[in-house]
Design a protein around this ligand. Sequence first.
Ligand SMILES: Cc1cc2nc3c(=O)[nH]c(=O)nc-3n(C[C@H](O)[C@H](O)[C@H](O)COP(=O)(O)OP(=O)(O)OC[C@H]3O[C@@H](n4cnc5c(N)ncnc54)[C@H](O)[C@@H]3O)c2cc1C
Length: 404
Amino acid sequence: MKAYDIVVVGASVAGTAFAMALRDEGLRILVVDPQVDFDESRMTWGHDIEPNGLLALDWLGLLDDIKRLGVRHERWIAEREGGGRLSEWRYDELRHTHAYAVCVRAHLLRRRLRERLSGVDVVIPGAFQGYRRVEGGVHVDIEVEGERRTASAKLLVGADGPRSRVRAQAGIGARVRRYSHSWVDTIMSRDDDTLTEGHIYFGRGSYLGVVPTRPGELVAFELTAGPHRVGGIERFREDYVRRAPILAGSVDSVESWDQVTVAPGFRMRAERWVADHVALLGDAALTVNPITSQGVSLALEDALTLAVVTGQAFRRGDFTARALRPYELWRRPQAERIQELGDLSLWGFTRRSRVLSALKERTLRHLAADRDFRTYVMASYCGLHWLTPKPLTILNAVRRPHPV
Ligand SMILES: Cc1cc2nc3c(=O)[nH]c(=O)nc-3n(C[C@H](O)[C@H](O)[C@H](O)COP(=O)(O)OP(=O)(O)OC[C@H]3O[C@@H](n4cnc5c(N)ncnc54)[C@H](O)[C@@H]3O)c2cc1C
């Protein structure tokens, strides 16, 4: 049995970022993941990384790399379905060192994070099977190419996504809420001169966004309640161009459903993020609706915060739930607030009622006129909760408390 200080389960966003944050601390770290590579043809979505996530990437020394892989954009333009500008949100109106967003293809982000993971042991493919508490730590079972291996560790970190096996093994319950709408991402080609910013088209109960992912490529995303393939690709293309005219030169590049990912909508909250000798990270602790564009950024912030708390745990030699709790106390309020924002956005953007649609348009036009309100909304979606006096709720959207 090999002895480690930390075993990290999951080498996607949260797990790699956490291991990277600690790699110079002289700790023996093992990272395991059964997924050998991230397949471009299957991962047809992009990650829009917001200022809070960009700051975390910068801290890890990865920002320039990720900027090279993706496309930086400075603003979102909100339009009526079929065209007609409602408002515009510029990141540079935020008081933040990284006042922009970067959209990057999902497989490229994960591959690069793995490539930059040095100074730790990595077992890929390696699947976490279970763990046992022993004196002073845990014994972790990992399956490697059909063989079972065991590693000892003082801390086990579950960064293994929403269906976390580490969470289940630790006996930590999770509350899951299924959404009425799925999230749909489609990769298309783009004319680089026409599309340089993010666009969101709002209709009665519908929402369709477009953002560049790399030169010559964009991702279109929407929420859908129904089966997506009715009427075939031709109908899908017509529908998208009718709603988002900017896609006129792009939709013909959608030739098969392989370019379209439909992700079932749900949110998940782990009842606790820590147990004795165990901590949960990223989507294993809390999963948000992709409409918030915050999953990656939250995972990165979780990773950095847990790294700080872990450093202290090793200095004190204390890995009890109590010693790890500050991590949860620091991270959970922001993550839950963003989860609520996802619920509100889903509700507000998908109701078909005429009254609500009119209210939505009115609010979007108000955004154009009221800079403080704009900052409040932007800061809420960018995870900068210290810039917003209160969570963004319907009541607060009407009252519009000013940002601090
Ligand atoms: C279609 C779609 C679009 C999205 N768009 C955005 C966006 O625009 N912006 C944004 O910020 N977020 C977005 N998200 C959310 C984002 O992808 C997640 O929040 C983020 O990936 C969370 O990272 P993670 O490392 O916690 O978990 P994951 O990325 O889910 O990684 C979990 C890892 O654990 C591994 N694993 C699982 N089981 C085991 C096991 N038994 N042993 C070892 N390893 C295991 C998996 O192989 C995987 O590599 C989107 C998600 C989807 C599905």
